[in-house]
Design a protein around this ligand. Structure first.
Ligand SMILES: [Fe+2]
Ligand SMILES: [Fe+2]
Length: 270
């Protein structure tokens, strides 16, 4: 069995408003991330900790680098190896090379990759957002994914920042009128590749700042709420403090979302 402790959209950096209301409680990000890491180290003890992206709120190349390194340091206190996914805010001022080297990887490779852990194949995708235009996944990455999944035989979990589902966005504070800025443009093709592999069990993402589940052709596409989203309407606000614990076993998988908006999902196979 593989266990994951997951956090997303930490947005270390300046607080942010949307529509004139305080929405990102970034000034609470450091203590909340510290609390998450402590909870993982002392209670959950997952095999891996996952950062689904947007570890920072972009500001400037210098500030972003400092905030990103601080975030990685705080996550490191979890005591588990950390798997990082690149978010749009992470990539605004930081290069792929810089992100990979802060993650402890060879600077030269791509942001997408895969590995096996405790009998589970883990795929990390790197969706790319062009600000105010679209979210995309490129052909090279889709070709790599298809080849990767055809070689892997183990149950597979896919980690990405944006969503590959066709979510009903009604009521989403950030994206109700902007599907093109949260759902991957090539999602139909991407979902076909995931489905046709026959062994993708779960697709996890952040970015939309809410908890949402779509099951499409038998595959759960799960969006996790941001750690620092204000669950109240405006200042001073209350953070969602969201995180998830995912357990993948041969015939059962469960996801527990902790924080101010708790949820629990279970998927079973005969
Ligand atoms: Fe975000
Ligand atoms: Fe994002």
């Amino acid at each position: 069995m593989l266990s994951l402790g997951v956090v997303t959209d930490v947005h270390l950096g300046p607080s942010a408003s949307f529509g004139g209301k305080l929405r990102k409680l970034s000034h609470r990000a450091e203590p909340l991330l510290t609390q998450f890491a402590r909870c993982m180290r002392d209670d959950v003890k997952p095999d891996l900790v996952v950062n689904l992206g947007d570890l920072i709120e972009d500001e400037s190349p210098e500030q972003d680098d400092a905030h990103y390194c601080r975030g990685v340091e705080l996550l490191g206190a979890s005591g588990a190896p950390v798997v990082h996914v690149a978010g749009n805010h992470d990539r605004a001022n930081l290069s792929s090379e810089r992100l990979r080297s802060v993650w402890g990887l060879d600077a030269a490779g791509p942001l997408y990759r895969s590995f096996d852990e405790k009998g589970v194949h883990v795929v990390v995708l790197a969706t790319h957002e062009t600000k105010d235009v679209e979210v995309a996944i490129d052909d090279n990455q889709l070709a790599w994914l298809e080849a990767d999944l055809s070689m892997a035989k183990a149950p597979t979990v896919v980690l990405m920042h944006h969503s590959a589902a066709d979510q009903d966005l009604k009521g989403n504070r950030w994206f109700e009128k902007a599907a093109h800025l949260c759902l991957v443009k090539q999602r139909k093709r991407l979902r076909r590749i995931l489905h046709d592999s026959g062994h993708v069990r779960l697709v996890l993402n952040g970015h939309l700042h809410w908890n949402h589940l779509d099951v499409i052709d038998g595959i759960p596409y799960l969006t996790l709420q941001s750690l620092i989203e204000n669950i109240e309407e405006d200042a001073p606000g209350e953070p969602a403090a969201a995180y998830a614990v995912v357990r993948v076993a041969p015939t059962r998988m469960d996801v527990t979302v902790g924080g101010a908006q708790p949820a629990r999902y279970q998927f079973s196979r005969a």
